[in-house]
Design a protein around this ligand. Structure first.
Ligand code: FAD
Ligand code: DLZ
Ligand code: SF4
Length: 518
């Protein structure tokens, strides 16, 4: 149902389209439309809700945040036309909803912030070609680097290393800078950030919110309309407004930030969140502003509330990784999601959808993903991602899984992380070597192995940790593509020094494991 604030006698000449990840008060499109002849279109549509089978919690989060945002715009005096998912007149797509509203209002101009995903941006541009209305697509100034700025930075570089881009972003924002020098003398304090965690450490609890009337209605809708989608819908406790998201930020800064650096890479089976901030979902839909968040974190350092390794590490994730990843996406789309450097063909194992595997690390990461629509970076990279790459799973299937299952997943940020960083399917644009590891790394950084059916210390043969033979099998299988990589020379030398019967034992164990997958 559409909600009208102004009487219909006021003619509308401009439609401001606000997408589900553009929930920023004062966003560029709203700024460009502050006239009495503009209305805002927001629509819950089938196409956006089903381009991958989104986790139930992700759907509930986006719909609830959209509905709360629409209420806020109405309170601020906007004329909002909001289409609910179960509206019988719902056209099912963003362009269909535009058609409907253009026909109804006679508007001659559509204003929108450039969609964050290539797919929808292209659909809007294609749609506009057959219309008599003007489509005004504005740059998304919620990011620190514009497309042009990233293109200029990337031009002529053989390797696009995040670290150098990050330094430019530090200079640009002035975050943790003393004049032209980085705070503390170093740009990066990651060397201090690799500690495994212990479960007797104090663990902050992420801030949780009781669903209000709007969220309860959305939960019913998602349960009724998406019963077969992956994931546990309730309890649902995410923030759904900007005020709540700011409270999450404050709670993180107070309780978890001081330990964020130290335990950033750690994994514990009963602690899904550790010292992570759980804000990617809010940043990605516009409920939190990345620069404001970084300034808040920086302030904690200058007030003596958090150490430099934590604060620098955190700010790097946002003005470094997040911005860099977006730059890569727009630089390389539309072909990027088709990349398959290793020509990996195996289908995604079914246990990615139910967590039913004897491998304790995968079972924990996937089980947590099902229940929370969340896993932290190292779980995504070194457990589910590492396994998929070692096992030769088709990277497109892996990409579509990540895009579906995480509440913070939008293609612009998910695809370079999956295709590039985690699967090395782009052949090394993002990383100088694949993030491949045997069970040893997981054992060092987690408490998973203690309760696993497999033995992490056993290298091959019956009962060995599958990551051990898969690691070598992956390297040997792909030697033509990786053998020349200088960073892998020592690893291949180790393999070459193994006795032939040991090499055979590794390969046979890998083959036996693959037989169980099919
Ligand atoms: P924290 O660990 O508290 O980090 C703080 C913030 O830094 C995050 O909220 C995020 O905004 C930013 N950040 C950290 N690492 C990255 C990164 N590599 N790329 C971009 N931003 C980063 N992040 C998404 O936002 N959406 C995704 O769909 C997504 N898919 C991923 C898929 C894979 C295979 C991998 C390896 C990583 C992916 N990431 C994605 C990056 C990262 O894992 C998440 O941003 C992070 O886990 C979100 O949890 P958090 O908010 O608690 O982050
Ligand atoms: C992710 C998502 C979902 C599930 N549903 C909607 C929706 O119904 N309406 C909408 O405007 N946006 C939704 N989104 C977010 C969009 O998919 C996102 O804005 C685009 O992919 C960005 O290009
Ligand atoms: Fe994972 Fe291997 Fe450890 Fe089991 S033993 S939890 S499969 S790394």
């Amino acid at each position: 149902m559409w909600r009208y604030l102004r009487p219909m006698t006021i003619s509308i000449d401009q439609i401001i389209l606000v997408l589900g990840d553009q929930l920023t008060l004062g966003g560029a499109a709203l700024r460009a439309g502050a006239s009495t002849h503009a209305c805002v279109l927001m629509a819950e549509v089938r196409d956006e809700a089903s381009y991958v089978p989104h986790h139930k919690k992700k759907l509930a989060f986006i719909f609830s945040a959209m509905r709360h945002f629409a209420e806020r715009l109405i309170d601020d005096g906007w004329d909002v036309r909001y289409t609910r998912y179960d509206d019988p007149d719902n056209a099912g797509s963003i362009t269909g909803e535009l058609d409907r509203l253009v026909a109804q209002t006679g508007a001659s101009r559509i204003t929108v912030i450039e969609p964050s995903e290539y797919r929808l941006r292209q659909a809007l541009l294609d749609w506009a070609k057959s219309q008599s209305v003007e489509l005004e697509m504005l740059a998304d100034d919620r990011f620190i680097a514009s497309h042009e700025e990233f293109e200029r930075w990337a031009e002529g570089r053989k390797q696009l290393r995040m670290e150098y881009f990050y330094r430019d972003m530090r200079r640009k924002t002035g975050l943790l800078m003393q004049g032209s020098e980085p705070e503390g003398g170093l740009w990066n304090y990651d060397a201090e950030n690799r500690k495994p965690a212990r479960d007797d450490l104090f663990m902050p609890r992420p801030l949780r919110f009781e669903p209000d009337g709007i969220t309860k209605e959305v939960l019913q809708l998602v349960a009724a309309q998406f019963p077969e989608n992956f994931g546990t819908l309730e309890p649902f406790w995410f923030a759904v407004t900007a005020e709540q998201a700011e409270a999450v930020m404050e709670s993180f800064v107070r309780e978890a930030l001081p330990n964020f650096g130290d335990y950033q890479d750690a994994m514990l089976k009963d602690e899904p969140f550790l010292y992570h901030s759980l804000v990617a979902l809010y940043l990605n839909v516009g409920l939190l502003d990345p620069l404001q968040l970084c300034r808040r974190v920086e302030r904690a350092y200058y007030e003596g509330k958090a150490p430099l390794n934590a604060v620098e590490g955190y700010i790097r994730q946002i003005i470094g990784w997040r911005e860099y990843i977006r730059g890569i996406y727009w630089l390389k789309m539309p072909d990027y999601t088709e990349q398959n450097h290793f020509e990996a063909k195996r289908p995604l194992p079914w246990f990615y959808w139910n967590g039913e595997t004897n491998m304790a690390c995968l079972s924990a990461a996937i089980g947590q993903t099902r229940d929370e629509a969340y896993a932290h970076h190292i779980q995504r990279l070194m457990v589910t991602g590492n396994f998929a790459m070692l096992a030769g799973i088709n990277p497109k299937e892996v990409h579509e899984w990540y895009l579906a299952v995480y509440v913070d997943a939008f293609e612009w940020v998910e695809a370079p992380n999956t295709i590039g960083m985690s699967q090395f399917a782009d052949g090394g644009l993002l990383g100088s070597k694949p993030y491949a590891s045997s069970g040893n790394y997981i054992n060092k950084m987690s408490d998973y192995c203690g309760s696993c059916a497999y033995d992490v210390k056993k290298k091959h043969g019956e009962g060995c940790c599958p990551f051990n033979p898969l690691y070598w099998d992956f390297l040997v299988r792909n030697r033509d593509k990786l053998g020349g990589n200088p960073r892998l020379q020592p690893v291949y030398r180790t393999w070459d020094k193994l006795a032939p019967e040991t090499q055979i034992a590794y390969r046979q164990s890998a083959a036996a494991f693959f037989a169980t997958l099919s």
